[in-house]
Design a binder for this molecule. Structure first.
Ligand code: UTP
Length: 320
């Protein structure tokens, strides 16, 4: 494999996934499926398409099922072949990471001390050069993989740190890290700072950072010296913001659609988005569409929806 600019992808997967309890009591959030494919699989496919050589999973001992999913299971595939399920055998083989092609490393984060801390746990295993960080619960779907787009833009953006960003409604900024915007050149935004989860009034812009990063390798020194921030956690945002003057920070407004699959609404939206593209789901989607149009025609919309507690905006696709 020829060497790319970004040779390492880090997947932080050690979080508690509290928003999906009880589903995540025994099943890692990163293995929750969107239709039939676990979130982590989409992230791995995106990293492979972007040409990384090494994938580092920062996990927790209680989440060993992630390792079982990520690596090839030759016994299971042999059983499938014996049962005449050759197509499934091939699909599982191509989904698993081929260790002859990619290095796969699992490191443990003993306690979920924050995203920044999880990234720091990977420090001793990264290859030279900038590193990619992929948050699997941000599902980003489109013809061009988000990480591929970022790596293509990286040499032109004149910053050591490049983050994926999208313009969000101002009343949603408090859920994100938010860029302080200096200038914009096409899809690339030059920033002079980044604030974690600001209030709507205090937010420096509405450009929210989502779960893809290409980071200069100095990020590890910054993280090592980082005091706990919002929520008592070591925040990746703070370490990125600390390097703004020396390292530089840009955001890429990527072209694909992003779903916040760390939330139930985002997960449902992602499922509907993919189901709409597969005729196998036409009948079930038609049935729901019909019951909704009947309900609207007869004004029998459930109270919760009329109150706006579960309005369509809650499941509307976030803009890419
Ligand atoms: P989130 O904050 O969205 O995940 O982190 P969470 O904490 O697991 O979920 P909730 O908020 O309790 O529902 C984004 C990604 O970072 C990882 C998570 O596993 C997820 O993939 N993460 C987060 C870590 O690896 N370690 C941490 O300390 C925190």
């Amino acid at each position: 494999m020829s060497q790319g600019i970004v040779r390492t992808a880090i997947f932080p997967v050690a979080g508690l996934g509290t928003r999906f309890l009880p589903a995540t009591k025994a099943t890692p959030k990163e293995l929750l499926p969107v239709l039939d494919t676990p979130l982590i699989q989409y992230a791995i496919d995106e990293a492979r398409a972007a040409g990384v050589e090494r994938m580092i999973f920062v996990s927790h001992p209680s989440k060993s099922a992630i390792e079982r999913h990520v690596l090839d299971d030759v016994d299971l595939r042999a059983t499938l072949r014996k049962r005449g399920k050759a197509r499934l055998d091939r699909a599982l083989k191509s989904a698993a990471i081929d260790e002859d092609v990619h290095d796969v490393i699992f490191v443990m984060q003993p306690e979920p001390l924050g995203l920044g801390h999880a990234v720091l746990c990977a420090r001793d295993h990264v290859l030279p050069g900038p590193v990619a960080v992929i948050l699997p619960d941000d599902l980003i779907l489109g013809p061009k993989g988000c990480l591929s787009e970022m790596i293509a833009a990286y040499p032109t953006c004149d910053s050591g740190h490049l983050v994926a960003t999208m313009d969000v409604p101002r009343d949603e900024v408090s859920s994100y890290g938010v860029l302080s915007v200096l200038s914009r050149n096409g899809a690339v935004i030059k920033a002079d700072g980044m604030v974690e989860k600001p209030t709507a009034d205090a937010a420096p812009s509405t450009f929210a950072v989502v779960g893809r990063y290409v980071l200069d390798s100095t990020i590890f020194d910054a993280l090592a010296g980082q005091a706990p921030g919002v929520g008592g956690e070591i925040q990746l945002t703070d370490a990125i913001a600390a390097g703004v003057l020396d390292i530089g920070l840009s955001g890429l407004t990527f072209s694909a659609i992003r779903f916040d699959c760390g939330s139930k609404q985002g997960m449902l939206a992602a499922e509907l988005h993919l189901a709409q593209q597969d005729p196998a789901f036409d009948a079930v989607l038609d049935k729901f569409a019909k019951s909704w149009s009947d309900a609207i025609a007869g004004q029998t919309i459930p109270l919760a929806h009329r109150n706006g507690r579960a309005t369509a905006s809650a499941i509307a696709f976030p803009s890419g």
